[in-house]
Design a binder for this molecule. Sequence first.
Ligand code: FES
Length: 67
Amino acid sequence: MFVCNCNGIRCGEVQEAIQAGARTPQAVHRRRGCKAQCGRCLPEIADRIREARAAAAGAEPAVLKSA
Ligand code: FES
């Protein structure tokens, strides 16, 4: 599954970039040798970075509670 359709970046490639040290969506693109184009993927990549950080810290990712 593609996370970034503009640059053809797949889910696993985003995870690899995060595990290799990317801490921003822009850093993920740089590690893949490209730049964001439309920017639609940036929130998704940011979520994956947050989830990876939370997992590394041993915490559950923040969950929004419905009212
Ligand atoms: S989908 Fe990633 S820049 Fe457009």
